[in-house]
Design a protein. Structure first.
Length: 267
């Protein structure tokens, strides 16, 4: 029950910062830079405490993948509704990870293939919803976000399990590298005025990930994977209740298929 409670809070945190990202008046690299700057002091403290470690370079790859993810996510929210983009991007990531890991883990069980097929069917239904301009682009970019998420998930897993990096210093180094990279791409004076919008995102982002890691110490990874599908449900509800987004019957069926497919694949 404790693990489930942690995953529920983690899902709310993750959906919450995605919702804030969708609503933020500041978009693009500027918002990403601002969030990383706000957490940079914590990262510096972690580096001073844990050190860099011999595989510090792996954090630079992670930073590049996470930056691509963040930029693509913003473009997706600019093109499609939150109640569509969020479930597609989050719901398809576990499927893509399972399929991409086939060379290392072997073929997944049939239930995973069934779940992937159900997710694909749901996405096609949403893409064919009439009278919703930009929906197809939003679905496509949602899938692009899922691909980015899959890429950094696989790389981070490789870095932790194979390269044996220290998790805290790894995350801290990635954060500081992102600050250095984006500082050259933004004009700080033009974005600092939006710090109030960035603070909750900067807090909720690491909080959601930290709660998931904590849940992994209390239960199995399989259980955590199933619990993380709560993100899809919470994100869809936030889009409907907070942003007042309207879902057509066809889109509703498509979303239900995505959620069902993710739950089936994670079972």
């Amino acid at each position: 029950m404790t693990a489930l409670a942690l995953l529920t809070v983690a899902a709310a945190c993750h959906a919450g910062w995605n919702l804030l990202l969708k609503k933020s008046p500041l978009q693009g690299p500027g918002l990403i830079w601002l969030c990383t700057v706000l957490t940079a002091p914590v990262s510096l403290g972690l580096i001073g405490w844990r050190g860099l470690g011999p595989a510090w370079w792996a954090a630079l790859v992670s930073m590049a993948l996470h930056t691509a993810y963040a930029v693509t996510l913003q473009k997706a929210y600019g093109a499609g509704g939150f109640a569509v983009v969020y479930p597609v991007s989050r719901g398809t990531t576990p499927i893509l990870v399972a399929l991409a890991a086939i060379p290392w883990t072997g073929l997944p069980p049939m239930v995973t293939w069934a779940g992937a097929a159900l997710v694909a069917a749901g996405i096609l239904l949403m893409d064919r919803t009439p009278g919703r301009r930009g929906l197809g682009r939003g679905v496509g970019l949602g899938l692009a976000v899922a691909a980015c998420s899959c890429a950094y998930t696989l790389w981070d897993g490789f870095a932790i399990t194979t390269l044996d990096v220290d998790l805290l210093s790894y995350l801290a180094m990635s954060n500081l590298a992102q600050v250095a990279l984006l500082t050259a791409a933004v004009r700080p004076r033009q974005v600092l005025q939006y710090w109030r919008y960035a603070v909750p995102i900067a807090v909720l982002t690491p909080a959601s990930y930290g709660l998931v890691l904590l849940a992994m110490t209390l239960t199995t990874i399989e259980t955590v994977a199933i619990g993380r599908t709560l993100n899809v449900v919470v994100g869809t509800l936030l889009g409907l209740l907070v942003l007042r987004e309207r879902l057509t019957p066809l889109t509703t069926v498509g979303l239900a298929a995505v959620v069902g497919g993710v739950l089936l694949a994670a079972s």
